[in-house]
Ligand binder design. Structure first.
Ligand code: NOJ
Length: 557
């Protein structure tokens, strides 16, 4: 099997809007990324996944694309983008961009024509989107076609008076879904993809990839996710793109597809697959829910972290891809809470220690890591006190839902602070200066107030910082070729400990971590004689792990 460059890669997700502002408008931008490439390189990263940089009204921070061929004004120019590619390539780094294929903005020229019967191009573009005349109720009134619920809460249907029809949007109503059964639409998207390839990008992260096909019978159901998720035909669309564009240009393709079975995952990202190279699933992301919560239900209901489920999920993906494909390692992305607040402990006492433990437990596993911006300095969830501090389109629909369910304002606010996507989107604190050195202006979304103590500058100055732990860990990952090892998982029944062994050609490794705030005695399933602690987050080496302690033992052969 030919080895691909991305098997050894360390990826880093840049949430452009919140990474680094270079021109003082309070919004992160492309020159800002360029100015931090050396920082990323020194961390041990060589590939960036940059969140959408396209022209957009920013209803969903760029996932609502208005013009695929333009860079958003606030992010810079096409020249800046080319400069980013050059600056990255000069440093032997790679750039992946987000590819949004499920929908456009309602301000995209296609939709402008599609919704307006008087538009000269109406005929051509109407069927680029998904329309329905609606149902007639018993009382003879026009009704929404189905009760399907969008991923951001609320109906997936929006009425368009000029055509007297509803259009489908599985995200916000400003993001109408594209009709993948329309070949002219598909060809236009393919031309756009080719255009970015020709510009020199190294790959894509394919957004919402398993939603491209819909159930065109439109059966009624609520929420009805099964009618717009993972339908068989979306595989055909992805394969077509891969065969015509991704594979011939040897791109790295990361597909976002939640809920994939083992077979489907291999079909997406097995070595023989003709779709993606890496798969983003979510099976370890929300394993601390509380099904009994009726006020802030679903992903918003915070319960106890279920370590057993996290371990099962991580083990599952290692096993699925062993020798058959390539695994992806990440704690979270821009749609989830900050990992140290979510599965660690963000109190002053344990924040640093638990952030290091989480890193160690994940990044010794085989596969390609994707570090989310700010994870490497232990950024926490937001501390926003007012609803108006939040920015995410989803927050406002859901807040109303919570209040309607009977939640008090405070209960609703706590759910947002615990679970909303804005947690991952507060600006990156580069220093303790005003606005965290992110910008000279008030940022587009408030900084978390702890930035004077949690920032890059401080992490760089301190020998034992989370940042330096990440650097050491990534160095060990490289030198011991951890991407290629096959772990054996121990302690599967424990609700406190996570442990695994690796027996490679040149070394034996044992990793153990305590996910609780209590000391834990451990009984390794192997004899640790001759092993040394190569990396840990505590000076301790006794038979009992301190709260959130994690150790990597290594024995050279
Ligand atoms: C998944 C992206 O990660 C998320 O941020 C976005 O809102 C939806 N897809 C819609 O594009």
């Amino acid at each position: 099997m030919k080895k691909h460059w991305w098997q050894d890669a360390v990826l880093y997700q840049v949430y452009l809007r919140s990474f680094k502002d270079s021109n003082g408008d309070g919004i992160g931008d492309i020159p800002g990324i360029i100015s931090k490439l050396d920082y990323l390189k020194s961390l041990g990263v060589n590939t960036l996944w940059v969140s959408p940089h396209y022209d957009s009204p920013m209803d969903d921070n760029g996932y609502d694309v208005r013009d695929f061929y333009k860079v958003a004004k606030e992010y810079g120019t096409l020249e800046d983008f080319k400069a980013l590619l050059k600056a990255a390539h000069d440093r032997n780094m790679y750039i992946l961009i987000d590819l949004v294929l499920n929908h456009t903005s309602d301000e995209h020229a296609w939709f402008e024509a599609a919704k307006d019967p008087d538009h000269p191009d109406h005929k051509k573009y109407h069927d680029y989107y998904i329309w329905h005349p609606g149902k007639i109720s018993e009382a003879g009134l026009k009704e929404k076609p189905t009760q399907w619920i969008s991923w951001f809460g609320g109906s997936v249907w929006e009425y368009n008076a000029p055509t007297d029809e509803y259009y489908l949007h599985i995200f916000s109503k400003k993001m109408p879904d594209l009709n993948w059964r329309n070949s002219a639409m598909k060809n236009d998207l393919k031309a756009m993809i080719k255009w970015w390839i020709d510009l020199g990008i190294d790959g894509f992260r394919v957004d919402a990839s398993n939603h491209l096909e819909k159930n065109w019978e439109f059966p009624d159901a609520s929420p009805g996710y099964e009618h717009f998720s993972s339908l068989p035909k979306h595989h055909e669309y992805l394969q077509e793109l891969a065969e015509e564009l991704f594979i011939p240009h040897e791109l790295l393709i990361i597909g976002e597809a939640g809920g994939a079975s083992k077979e489907e995952a291999l079909d997406y990202a097995g070595f023989d697959s003709k779709k993606f190279n890496l798969l983003i699933h979510f099976s370890h992301v929300w394993v601390d829910g509380d099904d009994s919560n009726r006020l802030t239900p679903g992903k918003w209901a915070k319960g106890t972290v279920q370590l057993k489920k996290i371990k099962e999920a991580l083990k599952h993906w290692v096993e699925v891809f062993h020798e058959k494909g390539w695994n992806t390692l990440y704690w979270h992305n821009h749609d989830h809470p900050r990992i140290v607040s979510h599965y660690g402990n963000d109190t002053d006492t344990y924040r640093e220690k638990s952030a290091k433990m989480l890193a160690l437990m994940l990044y010794v596993l085989p596969g390609t890591p994707i570090i989310y911006q700010g994870e490497e300095i232990g950024m926490t969830n937001v501390d926003y006190q007012n609803l108006s501090d939040f920015r995410d389109v989803e927050v406002f629909t859901e807040y109303d839902n919570f209040i309607r369910n009977g939640a008090t304002h405070e209960v609703a606010m706590q759910a947002l602070r615990d679970r909303s996507r804005d947690n991952a989107r507060s600006p990156m604190p580069w220093s303790d200066e005003a606005h965290g050195g992110f910008s000279e202006q008030e940022p587009w979304i408030p900084m978390v107030k702890n930035y004077p103590t949690i920032n890059v500058k401080k992490n760089r100055a301190e020998k034992d910082s989370i940042l330096s732990f990440y650097q050491d860990l990534l160095m060990i990952r490289k030198s011991e070729e951890l991407a290629y090892q096959n772990p054996r998982f121990d302690e599967q029944e424990s609700t406190a400990l996570f442990a695994y062994q690796i027996h490679g050609k040149h070394h034996d490794i044992y990793v153990i971590g305590n996910f609780t705030n209590q000391p834990q005695v451990f009984h390794p399933d192997l004899d640790l004689k001759g092993y040394q602690i190569k990396l840990s987050n505590d000076a301790n080496s006794g038979p009992q792990l301190t709260p959130y302690e994690a150790r990597l033992y290594l024995k050279k052969r």
